[in-house]
Design a protein around this ligand. Structure first.
Ligand code: AMO
Length: 598
């Protein structure tokens, strides 16, 4: 071992080490200079150690984030100087030898952590995210991110151990393949050898895993990278990671049991939290009716209440119009929201109207009666509304009315009120409400293309009892599909697959594909299904979302070492970027200049 190499980490030394000569390696987290004495907090991913230089001239020049090797003697801190907030807070290192391993200019932004137990910088103290993404290697030194990445490692390890113990094989599938439809746009890779032909990067390993079932690998999993060119949101990345699972000779219940065991193990090992199993289940229609969402957050109530029957007794124009168009009037009780100002409520109404694509009205309940807003119209139904929505003094009711999207719109109203206005949830609190959403419709009507589209993906089996309706009434066909929901996020989705080539062909037809088109695109799958396909099914969990929720953050980028920004760019390396003209012409591609996206 070279003389500069560490004997201990910066989070390791305790009173038991007092008197020992040790070497620490790390970064200068912070410094305090006094006459004849310099204090440096040295940092690595294990923690911080206070190091003292007494009359060591070179120490005066040290700067933040320089990389040091410090040899010295461990000693107890002076009385009153102990720091209970850090694990090494009882000792300090009296430095006898300083070796500067590397110097650097002052970093673009504050990397240092506040040495508390939690070691988190408050959001308000962080540099803006774009700057931090540009210098990601500096931001990754931040203990919060080091903790979330360590959590991810643990998550992967627990998953592998659990599935290995259950007899699963971890198998890899190609990145360069044919497009698997999962509802998003593909990232395409042009072929040099076959100009004009493209590989598609996988949106998921869906078809490969089904083919592995045909091949007899009855318990498969993979921690798989997936790529989807879709609009980004706080919980979406263009490349993300799935725990992809597939099993043969099973039914929906077997997948539930497997995943429930996994979830319980993950939360126990990663957070020491017990998740009671079996997890709650709810049919899709019920989730939509009660919460206006297929991924309801069950940490709070505030359920949607259909008041169409009562609304019919009023003269309020918005309500009447909605009902005349066979629409609905749905109400929600924002408990205690009566204290919100008129200005805030008007702002909310404007936001909600946009999402509802219909009317939005409100009323407060003050001194035992409706006040402000549409109070005068609601007088005839006040008593019934108060009872149905359990209205109490100081409550605020919102009403959404309209023809088509009012249920989903009110789902938005519910989460917006809970998260942004009433602050009913704290993501850092260890409150985990899981839910299986089941019985999804197989198809949704695509108004633009005037055809049925697969609600999950086209390999999902319809319920046996609904098979006769496939051609006659696709809107009434329900799927053997399920989503795993946690605190309002869809953290997983899967289904029992079609293993009959005839049913698969019928389903492609419902989606508007001719036999020839189905054969051209999915001939290999149809052939495989004809080669002795076992009944099979599976699921994929979104590991980034899982890690995000385990870490108590709402930003998916916090759990990915090198994420893309909101526009899908890697601002650190500058990807996507132009390439040399020769590279493009080798691929037989000609670039058509388009206007810069705004
Ligand atoms: P699905 O498309 O539902 O199913 O994806 C499974 C899970 O992956 C996560 N996820 C994402 N996470 C981050 N960024 C994204 N852009 C993103 N897109 C999806 C979600 C989602 O629940 N092949 C099927 C699975 C199956 O049927 O077995 C599939 O990919 O948490």
């Amino acid at each position: 071992m070279a003389s500069w190499q560490r004997t201990h980490s910066c989070g390791e030394l305790r009173t038991a080490h007092i008197g020992q000569t040790v070497v620490l390696n790390g970064w200068v987290n912070s410094m305090r200079k006094h006459p004849g004495q310099v204090f440096v907090d040295l940092r690595d991913r294990y923690g911080l150690t206070q190091c003292v230089f007494e009359n060591l001239a070179e120490a005066a020049d040290l700067q933040r984030e320089w990389v040091l090797s410090l040899k010295g003697t461990v000693r107890e801190r002076l009385p009153g100087k102990h720091n209970e907030k850090i694990a090494t807070g009882d000792i300090e290192l009296l430095v006898t030898e300083l070796r500067i391993l590397n110097r650097c200019p002052t970093p673009k932004f504050e990397v240092q952590s506040i040495p508390t137990e939690e070691m988190t910088l408050a959001d308000s103290e962080l540099a803006d995210e774009e700057t931090r993404l540009k210098f990601r290697y500096l931001d990754l030194r931040r203990p919060t991110l080091q903790r979330t990445l360590a959590m991810r490692h643990r998550l992967n390890k627990v998953i592998r151990d659990y599935l290995d113990a259950q007899g699963f094989l971890e198998l890899e599938t190609p990145l360069l393949g044919r497009s698997t439809p999962e509802g998003a746009r593909d990232y395409l890779v042009p072929s040099r050898v076959f100009p004009g032909s493209f590989y598609a990067l996988p949106q998921s390993p869906q078809l490969y895993k089904q083919l592995l079932m045909v091949a007899g690998y009855d318990k498969y999993f993979q921690i798989a990278r997936c790529l989807r060119d879709e609009d980004l949101r706080a919980d979406r990345q263009p490349e993300f990671t799935q725990l992809d699972v597939e099993m043969s000779f099973i039914e929906q219940e077997d997948i539930f049991r497997l995943i429930e065991g996994l979830v319980a193990d993950v939360f126990r090992c990663c957070l020491d939290v017990t998740i009671p199993t079996p997890l709650q289940r709810m049919p899709y229609e019920e989730a939509m009716r009660r919460f206006g969402s297929d991924k309801p957050d069950l940490r709070y109530g505030m359920e949607l209440v259909d008041v169409s029957d009562l609304a019919a007794k009023t003269e309020f124009v918005d309500f009447r119009q909605a009902l005349e168009q066979q629409g609905k009037v749905i109400a929600i009780n924002a408990k205690g929201g009566g204290t919100l100002s008129r200005k805030v409520i008007d702002g909310l109404v404007a936001t909600f109207k946009e999402r509802l694509r219909g009317g939005c009205a409100y009323v407060k309940y003050e001194k035992g009666a409706f006040a402000t807003g549409v109070a005068k119209f609601l007088a005839p139904i006040q008593a019934e509304l108060v009872q149905r929505l359990r209205v109490e003094e100081g409550d605020l009711l919102f009403f959404g009315s309209g023809k088509c999207v009012v249920q989903e719109g009110m789902g938005f109203v519910r989460t917006h009120l809970a998260n942004e206005v009433l602050k009913l949830v704290d993501p850092a609190k260890k409150d985990f409400r899981f839910l299986w959403v089941v019985d999804f419709p197989s198809f949704i009507w695509d108004e633009e293309e005037k055809r049925w589209a697969a609600n999950h993906h086209p390999f999902t089996a319809p319920r046996d009892q609904d098979l006769p309706l496939l051609e006659t009434d696709p809107g009434k066909v329900y799927a053997k599909a399920y989503d795993l929901v946690l605190n309002g996020y869809e953290v997983g989705g899967g289904s029992i697959r079609i293993h009959s080539p005839e049913v698969q062909s019928r389903l492609f037809k419902v989606l508007g594909m001719t036999d020839e088109q189905a054969q051209a695109r999915f001939g290999f799958l149809l052939d495989a299904l004809k080669s002795g396909a076992p009944p099979h099914g599976g699921i994929a969990l979104g590991l980034d979302r899982f890690a995000m929720l385990l870490s108590g953050t709402t930003n998916i980028r916090d759990v990915i070492a090198f994420p893309k920004n909101q526009r899908g760019c890697d601002v650190m390396t500058g990807a996507p970027a132009t390439v040399e003209e020769r590279q493009v012409s080798d691929l037989g591609i000609c670039i058509v200049k388009k206007e810069e996206p705004k």
